[in-house]
Structures are given as structure tokens and as C-alpha cells.
Ligand binder design. Structure first.
Ligand code: SER
Length: 872
């Protein structure tokens, strides 16, 4: 059975049991600071499980790509080593939110596995939670009893917390779980040892396929468990493993999910998957990592130096190194695997297909960049040839200068049987980061509930002030000190999101006014940060958004929409948004486009946006439009954004600009006044950035530029055509430089000629010790080197006075190496001209502030040389 059919059957089975199919969420987490990537199918439902959001649909089914590369669930290092671990995998899951519990979850899991997928019952084993004294949790006897309806007791095995208590991270939703394992060993081996003994023993042929979690608790920051408001079911089954079992394979990499990728790698590398263990492992790693990187890029996470982007970079560079070291591929090639991936997954994940070219370009550029330093870095490691330990500072140098992520260096160290001094690396890294350390630890106090059960109402689209009260509050402490965070019953404050910054403003309580420093959306809560609490804390407050900055921000946000529409109209519809930043003072828009924009293109874009501004188009705001209707009407959506079933759509002339957007906008485009692009740059492969201003800021910018022009014109005596005048000046400058050069060459020749008669012979050596007039130290050097070329054994000291400073140069032939060290000699005479100097044994220079002492210095140099000659 093909993997696409396996996925479809899973979804269909649960749909028949009353579950609603939920489209996969983007794998990049935006609203959860505790987790960079979705690492389990339940992540998108975390707020519902924790009770932050009301339960709207009690039964849900989904296929969710998950990435396990950091934090509590991290499989990065085992990928490729065995045949069934992955960074990115698809999790098939069914959920009950406060609806059915253990009995139905187990019954349906059994029905699906044994009747639909027809797995042999006698090969299935299940585990249950054995209880935990530390958390004071009892053994889950209930689950074991339910399983006895389906399996003999020898197939039901209790395990401790490590295996049978599932937690999303160090904090968050958790609960006891029951895993279903399968024994896929060939019949002959099965007789030798009972499968029950191999469960949870990392045996590749007795492995977990499905995890049923009974979500009952929330683990707090402090480590304490608190009961959740409702009991939920969260299940997760890896599609890749299930496909392996159903397709009768011994490795996930041999299923139809991976074979097209492995075959493509075989073709590119000219090596066969079966060639050697190392070749096979490298191909598995590359195929796995390519999937992770492609999904991440499709969801908007591009390789970069920080945060989510750095994780993507680490994974991709790891794959590049495997290709380079084990498959001998020294050219970019991973990008070529995007096509077979899209062929395999594009139907289930259309985002991949739509963005294929962008993904290819981004991967190829990163490959090119890293291949440039990879060879040098590997060589550095090779020549270093360390024994036993790889020093932390070397790992840091590789990281800092060659772009080797630490885990890559660690992997290479392991291959060379070296122990990496990770602590040393950390010390070096921290020393470098000390200046820019902003991520100081933040600690939060517990929430104090003043109005339990009250949810926030956001009224900021319609009004800028609201009468409100505090629902809950907590403290926040970081290196800037202690502040407070408030959730209000009603709020007009727009929280940072969708590229737009948070509203500024204040909260009034009696005569007291408290500034709102920040507003963030976290787990569906709107959190206002303030530096003190109102007194009294319970009671009515007035929340007021600062109107001028809201208006400027709105002008910039609308301008961003007009800019996107103009770009698509002028450069083509394939162009898509890759990010944006909208503040009160400026806007920034990142988009996919291969080439730098020409001046004419920028002018045309500005002209189109400004025409739309002058047309004074009204803003059409539609709230609660079904997502599918909005998309069908052609509304622009952002790749990698998680949209609700009902969305807000902002339109400025239906034929021009229609976008899914939660931001704040002007009422009519005329309010923007004026739009001006101030910069256009590349920020990555195939990604360009436009920075622009609107309204007052745009006018000020243009005025400042004009003022500069007026100043220039005045300096140039107000010519008619200032551009021509500057061109002429530059041309003249070039001519003068050429003349100067010719003149200098002439002087150097002349001085050389004059000096020829000053060379004296002492024994078998020649001496040239003279003061000359030359324009710079380099000219002195050129003259000296001409004499060095003429005589086999010459000692030269030249001096000149330049801008009231003395300059000295000593140069000697190789044949005088035993007699004179120019560097040491210069150190002895430089103090005479009140200067410092030195160089190498054969040439040295010095500069000093006392030119009057030049004759003495020359005399001394002569004497020291002669004394040394006598001595040798
Ligand atoms: N959350 C559980 C897991 O990741 C079940 O979906 O295994």
C-alpha cells in the first residue's frame, strides 16, 4: 500500500468516527516561545488542551509534519545511523478534546490496525504506565484492563515514566501513555527470543508504531503537575514507520516515501545505495535532511544565523558535509532533490509545489556558500591532526570562520575518535557574544486570576480606547528589572503580529497613567507589559492606544499591501511575500525575486503605489470570512502562516489588492499621503528586501535628500547640470592621478640615478647611506630595492623628511644576513629620531618626530654596521 493511501485511510477512518480533518499546521511555531518547531501532532492544539482556548471541535484527525531536532524530542544524531529515525516525519493522529477517553481510543486504534491495515494481532504488543513515585502518580491499571479485551496479558507490558509518560517539553501538557509496538522479525528469529523482552530495547525489528496519550496534566515551570480542566486523547503514529511495516520493509528508507530521493542521490553521485554502510548512511541522512529543510523553507524559515533559521542552516550544512565527505560530491546537488520530493509529497502538501523554485534556489545558494568554506575547514581539521581532544577554540574557529555548526564539528570529531571540548567551545562563544547578549533569562511569576473564566475581547479594529479591567496578571523579571504582564477583559491594543509592531499607549486608573510597553499574543492571550500595577488592581481602568503612532503604523501597513500588489502586477504573480516589518516609522517587505530591481522598476513601483494613494481607495474589511471562500476569491495568504477556519480579509480595490491580514489599516489610501522606497537589497538567495517610508517620514526623507543636493550645487557654484559637472570632476581627478603617478616614477628614477655615485665599497661589501627627498615611504622602498637588485652584497640606509617627520629605511642583501639584522638595527637607531620602528631581518622602517637627528641616526647606523662587519 502506497504511503498516500495509508495516510488517506487513516484520515478517512477517523472521519467516519466523527472526527473533523484538520489541515496540517506550518512546522514553524510562531506563537509559542517555548518551542521553535512543531514536534508532535498535538502542538497546534496545545492551547485547547491547556484550556486557554474553548473547545470548538471535540474530535479531530490530522497528518502533521513534525520536526525533532532540538529540545526534549531530538532525533538528529540517530538519523541515518539506523533505518527508522528521522528529523522530519509525518504524524498521523486522532484527538478527543474533553470527549471520548481511553476505552474508545484503544478500541479504534485496535480496529484500524488489525481490520483496516490488517496487521497480524499476534505480532502486536502494548505498553502501559507503571506509575511514578516522584510525581506521585499511580499505575495505569485501567488501560491494562482495557487492553486485556484485545490481547493476552503477556502482550501487555508496564513501563516507567521514561517510556510511558509523554510530555511535550520541559513544561506543558502531559500524561500517561500507552504505546503499540510491532514485532516484524522474520519467523525464524522470532522463535529465538520472545518479542516481549525486546519492546523498548531499541530493537529495529520490534518497534513502536503508535502512541496513545491520555492528556491529564500540565507541567508547570516549577516542575509541578496540575490537573487539566478536561481529559483529552492525543495519539500519534509515524507514517514512515507504518508504511515500512505495511510495505514489508525493514527500514523506512526503503518505502515509497524515500526511494525516489535515494534513487536521485544514487544518480547524482554515481554510487549505489548498497555500496557500503557509510554510503547508505550518508544517502539516508541527505534524504532525511532535505525533507526537513524543504518543509521548513516552505513554511517561511530560511537558513540564517539565528534562531529558527540557524536550525535550518545546521541541518542543511550537515547534509552538505555528508555529500562531500562520503559521496564525493563537491558541487551543489541537494537542491536537485526538491523535484522528486515535490513529485512524492506535492499532492498532500501543495505549499511545496507552489514554492518549488524558491526552495530550490534557497538550498542551492546555501550549498554554494557552505561548499566554499567546507573544504578549507575540513583541511584545517586535518592538518591540525589533534590527538585525543579537539580543543574548544578550534571548534569555535570552525564555527566562526568556516561556518561549521557545532553539531557538525562534533560529528566529525566522533568520526576521528576525538573528544570535542564542548565547554571550551561555549567559553569562546560566550566571550564573543558577551556584548550582544540580550537573551538574558526571563522569569515569570504565576498568573493571579482576578476574574476566572473571563476571556479577552479585542476591540482595537473599531476603537482606540476601552473601559476595561484586569482578568489576570503576573510578574516578569529579566536583567532590566521587574515588570508586570496583564490580560485585560477588553482591549483596544493590537499585539505584535503579522509583521506589525504592537500598539503603544497607556492604562489609566483614576489620575494614574501607566505606560503600556509591549503587547504580545501568547497561547491566544493578549499580554500587556507594564512597569507597575494599577492601584487598586481590581476595578475599572481605561485602556488608551496612542493615536498618532497607530495612524502612522496603519499607513505603513496599508502601503505594504499596496507595495505587494504593485510588485506582483509589475514583476509577475509568482512573486510571494517572505516577511515584513511594519512600524510607525517605516516599512520593510521581503519577497521572492531573483534579480536586483532596476532604477526604472523601482520608479514604476513607486508610481503605481502613489497612484493608488491618490485614488483614495476605501479599505474594505471583511471579518470572519471562511478561509476557503477567501482563498477562492484570490485573497493573498502567507506561506507558513497558521490561519483559523474564519479569516479577516483586507481589500483595496478587489482587482488590485486582497490579503488575509490581521493588521490595522487606514480608512482610505489617501491617508498615506506619499510613498517612497529608500532601499532595495538582497537578504538571501532569491529573496529581496524593500525598505520604504510613507506620509510625513517619506516627505522628510525627500526633503533631506533635496537639501543635500542644494548644498552640493552651492559647493559647485550652482551649475545648470550638476550631474555633468560631477562627471567632469571625476574625469579630471583620474587624469591628475595618472599625471601624479608619472611624475613620481620620474623622481624615483632621478633619485636612483643621483644615488648611484654615492655607493661606497667597504671590503667586499657596498654601502649606501643617504638622505634623499622623496614623496613617501614607498618611494624610498622602491629606490632601495633597485640597489639591492644591482649589488650582491649591499647595506642600504635611506632617510627622508616628510611633513616634518623623519622616515628611515634599512635594507640589506641576503649575503649580509650574518652581519646585520635590519629589524634589530632599526630598533637601536629609531630612538634617535624619537620614533619607533622595526620589520624583518632584511628590511625595516621607522618614523620619528625629530628630523633634525637624521644625520646622527645615519651616522650611528653606519657605525653599527661597520662594527658588526669587523666582528664577523
Ligand atoms: N504527542 C504524542 C507523541 O508525540 C502522541 O501524539 O508521541
Amino acid at each position: 500500500m502506497q504511503s498516500s493511501a495509508i495516510r488517506a485511510q487513516f484520515i478517512q477512518f477517523f472521519q467516519q468516527k466523527g472526527h473533523q480533518h484538520q489541515i496540517a499546521a506550518p512546522i514553524v511555531n510562531k506563537e509559542d516561545p517555548s518551542l521553535l518547531f512543531v514536534n508532535a501532532g498535538m502542538n497546534p492544539f496545545k492551547d485547547i488542551i491547556l484550556g486557554y482556548q474553548p473547545i470548538q471541535t471535540a474530535r479531530v484527525v490530522s497528518a502533521q509534519p513534525c520536526l525533532r531536532v532540538s529540545g526534549k524530542h531530538n532525533d538528529l544524531e540517530v538519523v541515518g545511523v539506523d533505518g527508522y529515525h528521522h528529523t522530519l516525519f509525518e504524524m498521523l493522529g486522532n484527538w478527543s478534546f474533553g470527549d471520548y477517553f481511553k476505552e474508545a481510543a484503544i478500541q479504534w486504534a485496535w480496529e484500524l490496525l488489525t481490520e483496516v491495515y490488517q496487521l497480524p494481532k499476534e505480532r502486536l504488543y502494548v505498553t502501559t504506565f507503571a506509575g511514578d513515585p516522584e510525581d506521585n502518580l499511580p499505575e495505569d491499571k485501567e488501560t491494562a484492563a482495557i487492553w486485556r479485551n484485545y490481547l493476552p496479558p503477556t502482550h501487555i507490558l508496564p513501563f516507567a515514566k521514561k517510556d510511558n509518560f509523554w510530555e511535550m517539553g520541559t513544561q506543558g501538557p502531559c500524561g500517561p501513555c500507552s504505546e503499540i509496538h510491532i514485532d516484524i522479525r522474520p519467523e525464524a528469529t522470532r522463535q529465538s527470543i520472545a518479542a516481549a523482552q525486546l519492546v523498548n530495547q531499541e530493537n529495529p525489528q520490534v518497534l513502536e508504531v503508535w502512541n496513545l496519550v491520555f492528556m491529564q496534566y500540565n507541567r508547570k515551570n516549577s516542575g509541578k503537575l496540575v490537573e487539566l480542566p478536561h481529559k483529552h486523547i492525543d495519539t500519534g503514529m509515524g507514517l514512515e514507520r507504518l508504511a515500512m511495516v505495511l510495505q514489508g520493509k525493514m527500514a523506512t528508507y526503503d518505502t515509497d516515501i524515500f526511494t525516489p530521493l535515494i534513487q536521485a542521490i544514487e544518480k547524482i553521485s554515481g554510487k549505489a545505495y548498497a555500496d557500503s554502510t557509510a554510503t547508505a548512511a550518508a544517502m539516508r541522512v541527505i534524504a532525511d535532511h532535505l525533507r526537513a529543510v524543504a518543509f521548513a523553507i516552505a513554511d517561511g524559515a530560511l537558513p540564517a544565523a539565528t534562531k529558527v533559521g540557524y536550525v535550518v542552516r545546521r541541518i542543511l550544512r550537515r547534509a552538505i558535509r555528508y555529500g562531500y565527505s562520503y559521496l564525493a560530491i563537491e558541487e551543489p546537488f541537494i537542491y536537485q532533490l526538491v523535484a522528486p520530493l515535490v513529485a512524492q509529497m506535492g499532492d498532500a502538501y501543495p505549499n511545496l509545489r507552489v514554492q518549488q523554485t524558491t526552495i530550490e534556489e534557497i538550498i542551492q545558494t546555501e550549498e554554494k556558500a557552505f561548499l566554499k568554506t567546507l573544504a578549507a575547514g575540513l583541511q584545517r581539521l586535518h592538518y591540525l591532526n589533534p590527538q585525543g581532544t579537539l580543543a574548544g577554540k578550534v571548534a569555535f574557529e570552525l564555527y566562526d570562520s568556516y561556518g561549521f555548526p557545532l553539531d557538525l564539528t562534533k560529528l566529525i570529531a566522533k568520526e576521528k575518535n576525538l573528544i570535542l571540548d564542548e565547554a571550551g567551545f561555549e567559553v569562546a562563544l560566550q566571550a564573543q557574544q558577551a556584548r550582544s547578549q540580550q537573551d538574558a533569562a526571563v522569569t515569570y511569576g504565576d498568573w493571579h486570576q482576578l476574574q476566572p473564566g473571563v476571556t479577552t475581547r479585542f476591540v482595537g479594529y473599531d476603537q482606540l480606547t476601552a473601559t476595561t479591567s484586569i482578568v489576570q496578571w503576573r510578574s516578569l523579571t529579566d536583567k532590566r528589572g521587574k515588570r508586570y504582564q496583564l490580560v485585560l477583559a477588553v482591549t483596544p491594543f493590537y499585539p505584535a503580529g503579522g509583521g506589525q509592531v504592537a500598539d503603544k499607549g497607556s492604562i489609566h486608573c483614576g489620575t494614574e497613567s501607566i505606560a503600556v510597553l509591549d503587547v504580545q499574543k501568547e497561547h491566544g492571550l493578549l499580554i500587556h507589559t507594564v512597569d507597575r500595577l494599577p492601584d487598586p488592581i481590581e476595578g475599572t481602568l481605561a485602556a488608551c492606544v496612542d493615536e498618532p503612532s497607530r495612524k502612522e503604523t496603519a499607513a505603513n501597513h496599508t502601503a505594504t499591501h499596496l507595495l505587494q500588489a504593485a510588485l506582483r502586477a509589475l514583476l509577475g504573480k509568482q512573486l510571494s511575500q517572505k516577511g515584513s516589518l511594519v512600524t510607525a516609522s517605516a516599512l520593510r517587505f521581503d519577497f521572492t525575486h531573483v534579480a536586483k530591481l532596476t532604477a526604472a522598476q523601482i520608479e514604476a513601483i513607486e508610481a503605481m503605489v502613489n497612484a493608488k494613494i491618490r485614488a483614495n481607495i476605501p479599505c474594505l474589511e471583511q471579518r470572519d470570512l471562511p478561509l476557503e471562500t477567501a482563498k477562492a476569491r484570490g485573497a493573498q495568504a502567507l506561506f507558513g502562516e497558521k490561519y483559523a477556519a474564519e479569516v479577516r480579509v483586507i481589500t483595496f480595490d478587489e482587482k488590485f489588492s486582497m490579503e488575509l491580514c490581521g493588521g490595522t489599516h487606514v480608512k482610505t489610501t489617501g491617508e498615506i499621503g506619499f510613498f517612497k522606497i529608500i532601499r532595495e537589497t538582497a537578504i538571501g538567495s532569491g529573496i529581496r528586501r524593500i525598505e520604504a517610508l510613507t506620509a510625513r517620514n517619506a516627505a522628510e526623507f525627500v526633503n533631506q535628500e533635496l537639501t543635500k543636493l542644494v548644498t552640493l550645487s552651492t559647493l559647485l557654484r550652482q551649475p545648470k547640470d550638476i550631474v555633468k559637472v560631477v562627471e567632469r570632476l571625476l574625469h579630471e581627478k583620474k587624469q591628475l592621478e595618472k599625471q601624479c603617478q608619472a611624475y613620481e616614477t620620474h623622481i624615483i628614477q632621478q633619485v636612483t640615478q643621483q644615488l648611484s655615485v654615492e655607493v661606497e665599497q667597504v671590503g667586499d661589501a657596498y654601502l649606501l647611506i643617504q638622505t634623499v627627498i622623496l614623496p613617501h615611504l614607498d618611494a624610498l622602498r622602491q629606490v632601495a630595492f633597485q640597489f639591492k637588485a644591482r649589488y650582491k652584497k649591499i647595506f642600504i640606509v635611506l632617510a627622508t623628511e616628510l611633513s616634518h617627520k623623519a622616515q628611515l629605511l634599512i635594507l640589506r642583501s641576503e649575503a649580509l644576513a650574518a652581519t646585520c639584522n635590519a629589524h634589530l638595527l632599526m630598533q637601536s637607531i629609531a630612538p634617535l629620531i624619537e620614533g619607533k620602528g622595526g620589520g624583518q631581518p632584511f628590511v625595516a622602517t621607522a618614523g620619528g618626530s625629530n628630523p633634525a637627528a637624521i644625520p646622527v641616526a645615519l651616522q650611528m647606523a653606519r657605525q653599527l654596521f661597520l662594527d658588526a662587519s669587523l666582528a664577523t
